[in-house]
Design a protein. Structure first.
Length: 61
């Protein structure tokens, strides 16, 4: 699965991405390494909320 597709599907389903919940699924479905998780979230234009630990679209923060 394409990384951007995975991000879009996960955000559409839950409204956010959280490393603790989603990192393993990210690795299994995209084939990307665990260390690339945050890099791809930033590349996709997601906003990280330090208080909740969730990645969301900027408009949803």
């Amino acid at each position: 699965m394409d990384i951007n597709d995975w991000i879009d599907q996960t955000i559409a389903a839950k409204g956010y991405i959280q490393a603790q919940e989603d990192r393993e699924d990210f690795i299994l479905r995209t084939g990307a390494g665990a260390t690339k998780f945050n890099k791809w979230m930033k590349k996709a234009g997601l906003y990280f909320n330090k208080q909740t630990g969730r990645w969301t679209r900027f408009k949803d923060r």
